[in-house]
Design a protein around this ligand. Structure first.
Ligand code: KIV
Ligand code: ZN
Length: 511
């Protein structure tokens, strides 16, 4: 059935531009899981990384390319031939490979960053795009800082890229400086001016420094762009990129005045948001559009009253459309295995027999401590189990003495590669004591950059989700864990971050 709407391609850059957010790095396993979810969600193009950045990045792009089915897998590359060859090598096993190459075109970038004149930049564009075409038929080219580029030079640069074989032209608002009327007009004018503009797909890539990334992207679409580059939860450099979930839902909900459609299965948006938050340790703002905890909550009496009479009074979209079940069946200690499995399925989890058994056991233990087990509890529990399974350092037992009398003391047993190690430490408060005890066993130099606690649900019996970010020698890793006991969650989150950091250190040495 044709809807008569123009199709807009969704290009997800959570694993490339998103990972450039300070502290948001992801492991290979996490990227593979995320890529799988993006594929299920029907993302058109996944920018899996920047293959030439490091051996780790190369390996991530290569593995994702190997596992992808229908989704186009893309690697970013600067305009050097060696970068492009690395990208080509990393994506060569993808069923649908793409190379995305870029160079700065604005006067400020050319002068201070590249130290290149216009002719040299044009030459680099021709050489890089032609080289990329030797690897693949699908080549995207971006003039970095396009929105601050001189108009004539921008046209010459794009002409050169198209003449050299680019098939998608992406117009980055790299510093988030543009506004919707201006960005939309830029896209329109380029399409009207550039010869052969109908032979390429025009794409938006908007940063959110002034909070206008989504609005700018939509203005680009209204004016002829048919690809939007965006990231889950708006992850990305500085203030981030256009948020994928917001772009998708804006086009879906306002199809009346924006006659465009994407292929995205919007019911997976909430899950994708939670997964990215879980992996990176970046919490989602409560009032964030589409995926924030309060996006469908109604507090004031007037609003609640209206909602009870007819939900269209205050809701412009159905929570179920973004994967938030509206009538959330609460589970408790009498809930059986089937109810639990049905709930997992409704929340988008398909677990094999063993992990399902483990999850059910953990659910029963939680239900013993907590009267009502909400959807958020189950999501936290399963996500925690999936990450915990990959950890090398595990918390075997923990005992903490806290209170006004002091000194706060922690006794911990860690299981490392199957062996139990024990330590006791004091600290400036119970969390400090726990972390000192872990440090006494693991003897590492990592610095604690972030410690964050969130209650998964309301009430004093709520599970706590703790995020810990550690940094050592330029490497950063984030760990996350959930438990009704905040100190247990803290210890496990610390061990999770430490396990990830160790993997990164080993990879660096190997490289
Ligand atoms: O913001 C930007 O300009 C980029 C390019 C590499 C596309 O991320
Ligand atoms: Zn960017």
């Amino acid at each position: 059935m044709t809807t008569g709407k123009d199709r807009v391609l969704i290009f997800d850059t959570t694993m490339r531009d998103g990972e450039q957010s300070p502290g948001a790095s992801m492991t290979l396993r996490e990227k593979i899981d995320l890529a799988q979810l993006l594929e299920e969600m029907k993302v058109d193009i996944c920018e899996a990384g920047f293959a030439a950045a490091s051996e780790g990045d190369f390996e991530c792009v290569r593995s994702i390319a190997e596992n992808a089915k229908e989704m186009v897998i893309c690697s970013l590359a600067r305009s050097t031939l060696s970068d492009i060859d690395k990208a080509g090598e990393a994506i060569k096993k993808a069923k649908r490979p793409r190379i995305h190459t870029f160079i700065s075109t604005s006067p400020v970038h050319m002068k201070h960053k590249l130290r290149m004149g216009e002719n040299a930049v044009l030459e680099a564009i021709g050489a890089s795009v032609s080289r990329a075409r030797q690897h693949v038929d699908d080549v995207e080219w971006s003039p970095e800082d396009a929105t601050r580029t001189d108009w004539d030079f921008l046209c010459r640069a794009i002409d050169t890229a198209i003449a050299s074989g680019a098939t998608t032209i992406n117009i980055p608002d790299t510093v988030g400086y543009s506004h919707p009327a201006e960005y939309g007009a830029l896209i329109r004018r380029l399409i009207e001016t550039i010869p052969n503009s109908d032979k390429v797909v025009w794409s938006t890539h908007c940063h959110n420094d002034l909070g206008m990334a989504v609005a700018n992207s939509l203005a680009g679409v209204i004016n002829g762009a048919r690809q939007v580059e965006c990231a889950i939860n708006g992850m990305g450099e500085r203030a981030g990129n256009a948020a994928l979930e917001e772009v998708v839902m804006a086009l879906k909900v306002r199809g009346d005045s924006m006659p465009f459609e994407t292929a995205i299965d919007s019911q997976k948006l909430s899950r994708a948001s939670k997964m990215v938050s879980q992996i990176t340790g970046f919490p989602v703002q409560y009032n964030k559009a589409i995926v924030g905890k309060n996006a469908f909550a109604h507090e004031s009496g007037i609003h609640r009253d209206g909602m009870l009479k007819n939900n269209q009074t205050y809701e412009i979209m159905d929570p179920e459309d973004v994967g938030v079940p509206s009538t959330s069946l609460i589970l408790g200690k009498l809930s059986g295995r089937n109810a639990f499995r049905d709930k997992l399925q409704a929340l988008g989890y398909e677990l094999e027999q063993d992990p399902l058994n483990d999850a059910f056991r953990r659910f029963k233990a939680l239900a013993d401590k907590k009267k009502h087990v909400f959807d958020e509890d189950i999501i936290a529990l399963v996500d925690d189990q999936l990450t915990g399974a990959q950890e090398r350092i595990k918390v075997a037992s923990l005992k903490v003495m806290a209170g006004t009398a002091g000194p706060q003391t922690a006794e911990i047993e860690l299981e490392i590669d199957g062996e139990i190690h024990a330590a006791q430490s004091q600290g400036n408060g119970p969390v400090d004591a726990v972390f000192n005890a872990i440090r006494a066993i693991t003897q590492h130099e990592a610095r604690l950059q972030l410690y964050q606690v969130h209650a998964v649900t309301e009430g004093t019996d709520a599970q706590a989700t703790v995020s810990v970010r550690l940094a050592e020698d330029g490497l950063v890793s984030t760990g996350k864990a959930s438990d009704p006991d905040t100190l247990v969650a803290s210890a496990r989150a610390y061990c999770h971050a430490l396990s990830k950091l160790e993997v990164r250190k080993r990879k660096r040495i190997a490289a």
